[in-house]
Design a protein around this ligand. Structure first.
Ligand code: XUL
Length: 521
């Protein structure tokens, strides 16, 4: 019998499944079900509901439950051996919250396989929609909670991040303030991750430390609910939250619902779920301090593993708990491919021309610097977009191409310094990671090797690996290194080594000074 582990990923637009076979070290199944296409009756666009106020972004939690049935129907119809799965875990888009009345406990423990999950969940929601991470409507509540916790630095030290509009605490506070009756009828507040885990396990699931850290409610050092943060958020909140747990925690066997309906083994274990970013840390193999992934997408993100909990005194970055039990950091730079594209288009270039421009200009760009805030920026915090140029002519096409990429890489290095951990290896993912010139600049600025690493579904893969790790470690010691070998490793043959690091030591100082003078910090 093969040894299968299942990882699910309830992301913004789809529910995905990755099934790994540890005997052959292969992903035997990797499927994704798009909410808009498969479940059009919820009326979502890109997985979210339309709202006249662009700051309000919600999704229907019932849709996620229906997607779970649809996904298992598909897997069963395709003949996937669900009965061979030993353990299941999952990943949820971070920060989103689900509100349920007291009826959920009974509904979960009596899930009837003759009905759908949607029918089983009839009448259990105290709020029909879930605010998700794209919601930015809680500025006032952020200010209130931050003030109650003693300001930006105190909040960051206490919960790992300062208050952010999308984080769950400010969202819960807004719900309590604007719909006090519905809040009073709420017996359980769950995250997307813990809601989905509750369905699989047939009981109210704990929230894991990784996703709990994205709520502004968890004491990041003690990994326990933070009583003052709870008080600052909403009355009676501690009674409405589940316990916190390490991400290797087993909730119990899968619910009978899945055994009877989809032929799961009754002994298959249901694990706690975590957020998509903590899961991706595992799916990308970032299991040791100093291992960093840089994703070059619409926005660029920088995330990595650190042993000790350092928080960002400027409040720009986040600290979550990694599934390895270490800490992980996340920095999001809004002007990623957005800015690279804006420069390319402004000079009428295609991507081959852009690469040629990088090849034809020297590392360090003869001291020409750009601050590429084409859009408001998250790191550093820039509210009013503006592109600044220093010793750089706006008409210099090649100089501007190099300047935007060097700026992005220097900004990442500069704004990750608070972590106190220098990267030893960087895994580059996302669309622009296919460009060797961009990776060379990354390697030079960070002065460490860069490995291009194309993975799809790193969150679902990470969840499957977490399931395997927890299941195997119940009977034998299986280090993360052994588990991920050959599954979540990049190809070392394609590494890009630093060749001009010294140039950037000087340029980084100049870049920091330009940033300080432009932003008045
Ligand atoms: C992280 C964040 C996003 C979501 C996307 O803080 O908001 O990455 O987790 O699903």
């Amino acid at each position: 019998m093969s040894t299968l582990y299942l990882g699910l990923d309830a992301s913004t637009q789809s529910l995905s499944a990755v099934l790994i076979d540890l005997d052959t070290r292969n992903a035997v199944c990797d499927i994704s079900l798009n909410y808009d296409e498969t479940l059009p009756h919820y009326g979502t666009q890109n997985g979210v509901l339309d709202n006249p106020d662009p700051k309000i972004v919600h999704a229907p939690p019932l849709m996620w439950a229906e997607a779970l049935d649809a996904l298992f129907d598909t897997l069963k119809a395709e003949g996937v051996s669900l009965g061979h799965i030993r353990a299941i875990s999952g990943s949820g888009q971070q920060h989103g919250s689900v509100y349920l009345n007291a009826g959920i406990v009974r509904a979960l423990s009596n899930l009837d396989p003759a009905k759908s999950l949607v029918q089983n969940l009839d009448g259990v929601f105290s709020r029909n929609t879930s605010p998700i991470w794209m919601d930015s409507s809680t500025r006032v509540e952020c200010d209130e909670i931050r003030a109650a916790l003693g300001g930006l630095q105190a909040t960051t030290r206490a919960t790992g991040s300062t208050t952010f509009e999308r984080f769950t605490g400010p969202q819960i506070r807004k719900f309590y303030k604007t719909q006090p009756d519905a809040y009073a009828h709420t017996a359980h507040v769950m995250l997307v991750s813990s809601f989905m885990a509750s369905l699989i396990a047939g009981t109210v699931a704990p929230i894991d430390h990784g996703d709990g850290a994205g709520m502004n409610l968890m004491d990041i050092q003690r990994r326990a609910w933070h009583p003052r943060a709870l008080d600052a958020t909403a009355p009676g909140l501690s009674d409405r939250l589940p316990p916190l747990a390490a991400s290797r925690a087993v909730i119990g066997p899968v619910s009978r619902y899945f055994v009877d309906k989809y032929d799961f083994n009754p002994q298959a274990q249901a694990l706690v779920w975590s957020g998509d970013n903590p899961n991706s840390v595992i799916g990308l193999g970032l299991i040791r301090e100093g291992m960093v992934a840089i994703s070059l997408g619409t926005s660029d993100t920088y995330f990595g593993t650190m042993k000790f909990c350092q928080t960002d005194p400027r409040g720009e970055g986040h600290v979550f708990v990694s599934p390895t039990g270490d800490y992980m950091t996340l920095l999001c730079f809004k002007n990623g491919s957005l800015a690279r594209d804006a420069v390319r288009k402004a000079h009428g270039l295609d991507w081959d021309d852009f690469s040629r421009a990088l090849q034809s200009t020297p590392p360090g760009n003869d001291g020409k610097i750009m601050l590429p805030y084409f859009e408001p920026e998250i790191v550093p915090n820039v509210l009013v977009p503006r592109v600044h140029r220093f010793d750089l002519d706006e008409r210099d096409a090649a100089g501007n191409c190099r300047a935007v990429v060097e700026a992005q890489m220097m900004s990442m290095r500069l704004h990750a310094e608070w972590m106190g951990v220098r990267p030893s290896a960087i895994y580059a993912t996302g669309g622009a990671s296919v460009n060797p010139e961009i990776l060379q600049i990354m390697a030079d600025v960070q002065n460490c090797p860069v490995y291009p690493f194309e993975v799809t579904n790193s969150a679902a893969l990470g969840a499957a690996l977490r399931a395997a790790h927890a299941h195997l470690n119940a009977s034998q010691d299986t280090p993360w290194e052994d588990l991920i070998a050959g599954i979540a490793n990049p190809l070392s043959a394609s590494a890009v080594s630093p060749s001009n690091p010294a140039v950037y030591d000087a340029l980084r100082k100049k870049y920091a000074e330009c940033e300080q003078s432009a932003l008045g910090i």
